[in-house]
Design a binder for this molecule. Structure first.
Ligand code: ATP
Ligand code: MG
Length: 253
């Protein structure tokens, strides 16, 4: 199977702090790859590099076989039309109702007509189990509902690649399971390639195909979901069993 994303020798440094230390990571087309690891190890940093929000210190990143590290802002803008991002705090526009939040990109980038907007929003709300809630305002939604609207908005642009940054944090176990199943359903329905950044192992087991564990600047494990449970790596075992693994960077002073 070919790769949607190929990361090679990627290094990200902030001053003297080396956050990612020459990592290699491939994401296969159509798979959901979970990226786990303690807080502060650089999981969100990877998403920032992959969405063009942060230029890496060095290394190569190929998305759909194109080297993106030297992309201009307009090249990134074009590429971002094919990417969906589900942010940790949903990042909905508070002053827009659910429908307008979901339709934002459709109207802006594709100048889609209102009849088509209505149809697509209805379909997306059905997918995320929120049919008929077009008129609700973000302030009227629970945390889980906001995350589902965030997912619907990310999918509205029919992305090839979806990044989820902590999509279940702060949710109760039932909602965590619902969102995790929805990530799986999205993969099956649309064939998208996804990166799922999470602390939540239950979510990994439901939604992901493979898992990469980030620790002290390195990928210390890259395994299928089935095999990671029996990993011999003590760092991985500690993390998945909820024991403390410190996330401090080795260059931290
Ligand atoms: N713009 C920046 N300038 C300086 N340091 C930064 C910047 N962005 C991130 N960092 C540092 O990089 C490290 C990794 O941050 P990142 O947000 O990627 O961690 P994370 O693994 O996503 O953590 P969490 O699980 O808490 O979300 C942290 O030590 C953070 O302070
Ligand atoms: Mg983060």
């Amino acid at each position: 199977m070919s790769n949607a994303i190929s990361i090679h020798n990627l290094t990200v440094q902030f001053g003297k702090k080396c956050i990612l230390n020459s990592i290699d990571l491939d994401v296969r087309k159509g798979e959901t790859l979970a990226v786990i690891g303690p807080s502060g190890t650089g999981k969100s940093t990877i998403i920032k590099v992959l969405t063009g929000l942060l230029k890496p210190t060095s290394g190569s990143v190929k998305i759909n076989d194109e080297e993106v590290c030297c992309f201009s802002e307009s090249e990134w803008d074009n590429l971002r039309k094919h990417m969906g991002v589900v942010f940790q705090y949903s990042a909905l526009f508070d002053f827009m109702n659910v429908k307008d939040n979901i339709a934002f990109g459709l109207r802006r980038h594709y100048k889609v007509g209102e009849k088509e907007v209505k149809k697509q929003v209805e379909e997306l709300l059905t997918l995320v189990d929120m049919s008929g809630m077009e008129q609700m305002m973000p302030s009227e939604l629970s945390g889980g509902m906001k995350k589902r609207v965030g997912l619907a908005r990310a999918l509205a642009m029919q992305p090839d690649i979806v990044y989820y940054d902590e999509p279940t944090s702060g949710l109760d176990p039932v909602m965590t399971m619902n969102i995790s199943k929805l990530i799986r359903k999205t993969q099956k329905t649309y064939g998208v390639t996804s990166i799922l950044v999470t602390h939540d192992m239950e979510s990994v087991f439901v939604a992901a195909d493979r898992v990469a564990m980030l620790y002290k600047g390195d990928i210390v494990a890259l395994e299928s979901v089935d095999t990671i449970k029996n990993s011999k790596n003590p760092i991985v075992q500690a993390f998945i069993n909820g024991q403390e693994v410190t996330g401090e960077d080795k260059n931290e002073q």
